[in-house]
Design a protein around this ligand. Structure first.
Ligand SMILES: Cc1cc2nc3c(=O)[nH]c(=O)nc-3n(C[C@H](O)[C@H](O)[C@H](O)COP(=O)(O)OP(=O)(O)OC[C@H]3O[C@@H](n4cnc5c(N)ncnc54)[C@H](O)[C@@H]3O)c2cc1C
Length: 434
C-alpha cells in the first residue's frame, strides 16, 4: 500500500501528517518540484521586506520530517495514469500509487502584454521569485507595481523597504474595492502616499518597453510612458490544473471534490489552492486560495486517504493582515458578495503573520481606528477592523459563532452609533453571565 502526495505546500504536508497519524506502517511518498520543499508562502512578504530571514520561513525541522517517515521525490510529475495507478516523470522511473493526493496549488496569472518576458518583470509566487526581486531591488531606482490585492501591496512595501521609488498602478478608482469600502481604501492609499508611493488610478499597462533585454519603461493606454528599472505584478492566481486535466478528472474553476475531498476518481483526492470545495455558507462550490483552508483541507484529505471518513466543512473567512503598515482584521463576508470577493478578503491570515512581533495582538497606540460591521437579520455576518484590534476577538467569536445580536441590533444600526462601545458592552455582559 503506497500513498502519494503531489505538492510540498501546506496542503501536501498536512496530508502527510494526517496519514501518519492514522497509519504508521505503509509507505508515503511526497513528490514536489519546488527545490525548497515546504515553507511559508505568506511569510515571503516579510522575507521581501527584510523582516524575516529565509530560515524563519521553514515551519518544520529535520526531526519533524524524520518522525513523519516519508520519502521525498524532488521532481515534477508530468502525468497521471489513473487506470494503471502510476505517475510519470521526465527523468525517473514511473511511480505507482494506491491513493493519490493532488496538492499542486496555484500560480500567479501571467502578465500578457508585449514585453512581459523582459528581464526585470517579476512576480511573487515562491521563494525563488522573492530572491529574484531582492536581487533586482536597488536603492533609488524606480519600480512600477500593478495589481489590486494584498500581494501587490506586499510587493509595493517590499520594494519600498529596499529604498526603491515606487509607482503603484490601480485598474479602478481605489485600492481593493471589492473588499474595502471607500474610506478604508482611502486610508490605505493615504498611508502609501505618506511613504512617497505615487498612485495611478484607472491605470493599466499596454506594453513593457525594454533596452538590451531589460525592462526600461511601461506604456499606459493613454500613451503615457513611465520609466522603471523593475516591474512587479500580482494580477491574480490560477490553480495548476494540467495534471488533473490530463487525467480526465472533473473540473470547474478548480478540481471538483466532494465533502471527503475526493475527486471524480475514487482513489484520487485534491486539497488546497487547486481544489474547489463545497461552501455551506453560500451552498456553492468555491475556490478558497488561502493558507489555513489549504492546511485544513490537506489534513482532512489525508484522514480520508487513510480510511477515516471525515467531512470537510469550510469555515467563514478570518484574516489578519497588514495594509500599508496598518493591522487589519477581516472576518466573514464584507465585500460585494461574489465568491471571488470571499477569496480576496481572506488573503492575509497566516501563522507567520500572527507570530511576528508587530502583529495584531502586540500593537498599541494607533493613529487610525476603524471598525465596520455587517449586520444580518440577527447575527453579524462580517467585519473589518483597522488599527486598534481590541474588538477583533469579540467580533471574531460573534461572527464565526453566529451569536444572536437581536438585543443590540437596533442600537448598532442607529445613526451615529458608537459601534465599539455597543459591542464591548454586549460582549462583556454576555461573558459575565456565562
Ligand atoms: C506571496 C504570497 C503571499 C500569501 N499570503 C497569504 C496570506 O497572508 N494568507 C493566506 O491565507 N494565504 C496567503 N497566500 C496563499 C497561500 O500561501 C496558499 O493558499 C497556500 O500556500 C496554498 O497551499 P497549497 O499547498 O494548496 O499550494 P502551494 O503552497 O502552492 O504548494 C503546491 C506545491 O505543488 C508543487 N507542484 C505543482 N505542480 C507540481 C507537479 N506537477 N509536480 C510536482 N510538484 C508540483 C509546487 O511546486 C508547490 O510547491 C499567499 C501566497 C503567496 C504566493
Amino acid at each position: 500500500m503506497r500513498y502519494v502526495v503531489i505538492g510540498t505546500g501546506v496542503a501536501g504536508m498536512s496530508a502527510v501528517e494526517a496519514i501518519r497519524s492514522m497509519d504508521g506502517e505503509n509507505e508515503i511518498v511526497m513528490a514536489g518540484d519546488d527545490p525548497h520543499g515546504y515553507y511559508s508562502r505568506p511569510g515571503l512578504a516579510y522575507y521581501l521586506s527584510g523582516e524575516l530571514h529565509d530560515k524563519a520561513l521553514y515551519p518544520r525541522t529535520d526531526a519533524d520530517y524524520n518522525r513523519l517517515n516519508f520519502h521525498f521525490v524532488k521532481a515534477q510529475v508530468k502525468s497521471i495514469h489513473k487506470e494503471s495507478h502510476t505517475l510519470e516523470f521526465d527523468d525517473r522511473n514511473p511511480l505507482s500509487y494506491d491513493r493519490l493526493l493532488l496538492a499542486v496549488g496555484a500560480q500567479a496569472m501571467p502578465l500578457k502584454v508585449p514585453g512581459a518576458t523582459l528581464d526585470g518583470v517579476l512576480k511573487l509566487d515562491h521563494l525563488e521569485d522573492a530572491r529574484r526581486i531582492l536581487k533586482a531591488a536597488h536603492r533609488g531606482r524606480a519600480a512600477v507595481v500593478i495589481g489590486g490585492g494584498i500581494t501587490a501591496l506586499e510587493l509595493v512595501e517590499g520594494l519600498l523597504a529596499h529604498g526603491m521609488k515606487v509607482r503603484y498602478l490601480l485598474r479602478g478608482d481605489r485600492y481593493w474595492s471589492n473588499v474595502l469600502d471607500t474610506q478604508e481604501s482611502r486610508i490605505v492609499e493615504a498611508r502609501l502616499q505618506e511613504e512617497s508611493v505615487t498612485l495611478h488610478h484607472h491605470a493599466e499597462i499596454t506594453e513593457v518597453l525594454g533596452k538590451s533585454g531589460h525592462v526600461h519603461a511601461v506604456r499606459l493606454p493613454d500613451g503615457q510612458i513611465l520609466k522603471c528599472d523593475l516591474l512587479a505584478y500580482a494580477i491574480g492566481i490560477q490553480p495548476r490544473l494540467e495534471l488533473a486535466k490530463g487525467a480526465g478528472l472533473a473540473l470547474d474553476r478548480g478540481i471538483l471534490v466532494n465533502e471527503y475531498l475526493q475527486t471524480s476518481v475514487d482513489d484520487i483526492y485534491a486539497a488546497g489552492d487547486v481544489a474547489q470545495v463545497y461552501d455551506p455558507m453560500t451552498g456553492r462550490s468555491v475556490m478558497d486560495s488561502l493558507w489555513h483552508p489549504a492546511r485544513q483541507q490537506g489534513y482532512v484529505a489525508g484522514l480520508n486517504m487513510a480510511g477515516k471518513r471525515t467531512v470537510y466543512s469550510k469555515a467563514a473567512p478570518l484574516n489578519v493582515t497588514r495594509l500599508a503598515g496598518l493591522t487589519t482584521t477581516i472576518i466573514g463576508t464584507v465585500g460585494g458578495g461574489r465568491d471571488d470577493d470571499l477569496v480576496g478578503i481572506a488573503r492575509g491570515d497566516s501563522e507567520t503573520w500572527r507570530e511576528l512581533p508587530d502583529a495584531a495582538i502586540a500593537q498599541s497606540g494607533f493613529e487610525v481606528n476603524r471598525v465596520r460591521v455587517m449586520v444580518g437579520e440577527n447575527t453579524l455576518t462580517g467585519a473589518v477592523i483597522m488599527g486598534d484590534q481590541k474588538l477583533s476577538l469579540p467580533l471574531e467569536k460573534m461572527i464565526l459563532g453566529k451569536v444572536d445580536i437581536s438585543p443590540i441590533r437596533e442600537r448598532l444600526l442607529a445613526p451615529g452609533s458608537r459601534i465599539g462601545d455597543v459591542i464591548t458592552e454586549f460582549w462583556t455582559s454576555r461573558n459575565s453571565k456565562n
